[in-house]
Write a protein that binds this ligand. Sequence first.
Ligand SMILES: O=C(O)c1cc(C(=O)O)c2c(n1)C(=O)C(=O)c1cc(C(=O)O)[nH]c1-2
Length: 263
Amino acid sequence: MNSVFYSPQTVYPSFVPKETFVSQLPLAAPQFEEVLKQIGANSYHDKHPFHLLMNEGKLSKEALQGWVANRFYYQAQIPIKDAAILSNCPDRELRRAWISRIHDHDGFGEDPGGIERWLNLGLAVGLSREDLLSHRYLLPGVRYAVDAYVHFCREQPWLIAMASSLTELFAPTIHRIRISAFPKYYPWIDPKGLKYFERRVEQAPRDVRFTLGLVLEKCTTQQLQLSVIEALQFKCDLLWSMLDALYMHYQLGIRVPRPLYAL
Ligand SMILES: O=C(O)c1cc(C(=O)O)c2c(n1)C(=O)C(=O)c1cc(C(=O)O)[nH]c1-2
């Protein structure tokens, strides 16, 4: 069984008590941006052992297929959470901009969209469309984590919900790693399946520019900056939890009991 041990000391250089940290808010925009980047440097899921194994070519075919099938639930829910944010946002100009995220995933005009590209990734790793669409491989922990994201975006003020998407600041690097690591370590994957990642490398920076600009402009109070920080941490935690569930299942072989039917 493969295992990569994660050493918290390597990513958490120091802690300050929460009150000390909060008392320093609000920060000027450049410092606030630095704090947001620090959250990603510490907590983004690129450092999760499941991703480390993936990027080093150490996942089994079953585990990689499991990741693709489980991540499909995230893909499928993204437009729903973006629609929830739109439904809470009273600003017409912002809605006009934000709706492009739904188009990116559901498709628009000639573009079949990211969900379709992820279905093609499923085919490229040897799964069927039905394997993904039925969510038959979906682990409960992944479902709960993704559902928590949708609920968060439905319940929180629209600006804070938008800010929770800022994990995308850190996503292009991980997409690029997959574009080079998959053909190298998993030659059985049809390279056509990598189009999802290639497209996100272009889309994510555009999304982030917009959202980061908005957050830096509007979040100038202690309370708003703290809410953004907590939203970003919450989002990092839920991405991390998805991989915990996958690691338990595929690396440690700890299966969720399913008495009525087999996965
Ligand atoms: O593969 C990844 O590591 C990863 C991470 C994230 C993210 O950081 O939330 C997104 C994506 N991919 C992605 O493909 C995507 O479309 C996306 C949308 C969002 C969002 O919060 O609105 N995050 C992400």
